[in-house]
Design a protein around this ligand. Structure first.
Ligand SMILES: Nc1nc2c(ncn2[C@@H]2O[C@H](COP(=O)(O)OP(=O)(O)O)[C@@H](O)[C@H]2O)c(=O)[nH]1
Ligand SMILES: [Mg+2]
Length: 310
């Protein structure tokens, strides 16, 4: 094993930080490192926390981290921040909030920028979770901002997905639209100190009663007041119950069926120069060529090059 891998395995925070940078920058050395570390993963519980911006996800993550630390568990946090300029304030807020954990060697926090490239986020987040897992962290919390595809990808990565909703904003309707109701293993109604929490809870339960899951699990609904620590213990109990009672997604193949597909797609796209793709797109748009033949030709060229190189 390389020295860097050894140091990560022993929980060396500086080595972990270095490796996280390699992963984030898609440094070619990251793949070799992850290959080395992968056999030493599978013991961390990966918890996704997702929901609309401002719902209180970061506040919840901070409180959950503190509570797990009190139980003696080590915690990794992957905060996926959008590049959107609107979140500048929230970003700073997150940093200040999480500051109290910075001196704690049992907590490792990493912020990541979302990438424009499709699949880039899921890949970077999965790789980061592999790192954290190999470093022996007990729990890996992944916070995503935004609504849509990102949530679905995180849900695929996580063993347990907590969807955070807030009362009074018509969040429920938004969530159903975006399909994030379907990925929730647990609901947290945060800002339960505000009016409308009971109504939202009824609406969620009503929605749940109409949509049975394949695994027959009915997602519990937990009221929380994150900034005061309300309902956090119950939320963690629900997370533990789900993680223990279920065949873990990471172990059941569900996660890796999706990830392998994405990795395959990413690797294929990496081998195709963007300029070439752009040119082909124009030709197809102008009906000078058809996309079916173009894709077959592209695949042919990729494999020809590969077999020629080996
Ligand atoms: N009233 C109320 N405000 C909260 C609660 N939890 C978080 N907040 C506030 O909501 C704002 C957004 O929280 P944040 O954690 O940054 O949301 P995120 O964008 O989902 O990560 C902050 O000002 C928090 O202090 C809560 O339970 N009740
Ligand atoms: Mg946040």
């Amino acid at each position: 094993m390389t020295e860097l891998a050894e140091r990560i395995r022993s929980g060396d925070a500086r080595a972990l930080a270095r490796a996280a940078t390699l992963v984030e920058n898609r440094n070619p050395r990251a793949d070799a490192l992850l290959t080395e570390l992968f056999p030493h993963t599978g013991s961390a519980t990966i918890v996704g926390v997702t929901g609309t911006p401002g719902a209180g996800k970061s506040t919840l993550v901070d409180q959950m981290t503190a509570a797990w630390r009190r139980d003696g568990k080590t915690v990794g946090v992957i905060a996926v921040d959008p590049t959107s300029p609107y979140t500048g304030g929230a970003l700073l807020g997150d940093r200040i909030r999480m500051q109290r954990h910075h001196a704690d060697p049992g907590v490792f926090i990493r912020s990541m920028a979302t990438r424009g490239a499709m699949g880039g986020l899921a890949r970077a987040t999965t790789d980061m979770a592999v790192l954290f897992d190999a470093a022996g962290l007990d729990v890996v919390l992944v916070e995503t901002v935004g609504v849509g595809q990102d949530e679905v990808e995180v849900a695929r990565l996580a063993d347990v997905t907590v969807v955070v909703l807030t009362p009074g904003l018509g969040d429920d309707v938004q969530a159903i639209k975006a399909g994030i109701m379907e990925i929730a293993d647990i609901f947290a109604i945060n800002k339960a100190d505000l009016p409308g929490a009971a109504k939202l809870e009824r609406e969620i339960r009503n929605h749940l009663s109409m949509s049975k899951r394949d695994d027959c699990w009915t997602p519990p609904v937990q009221l929380t007041v994150a900034h005061e620590g309300g309902g956090i213990g119950e939320l963690l109990a629900a997370v533990a119950a789900y993680a223990q009672g279920r065949a873990r997604k990471a172990q059941s193949g569900v996660l890796w069926r999706g990830r392998l597909r994405e990795m395959l797609r990413d690797r294929l796209l990496e081998r195709m120069p963007a300029a070439e793709l752009d040119r082909a797109a124009e030709e197809v748009a102008e009906r000078r060529r058809d996309p079916y033949t173009v894709v077959e030709e592209m695949l042919g060229r990729i494999f020809e090059k590969e077999s020629g190189a080996s």
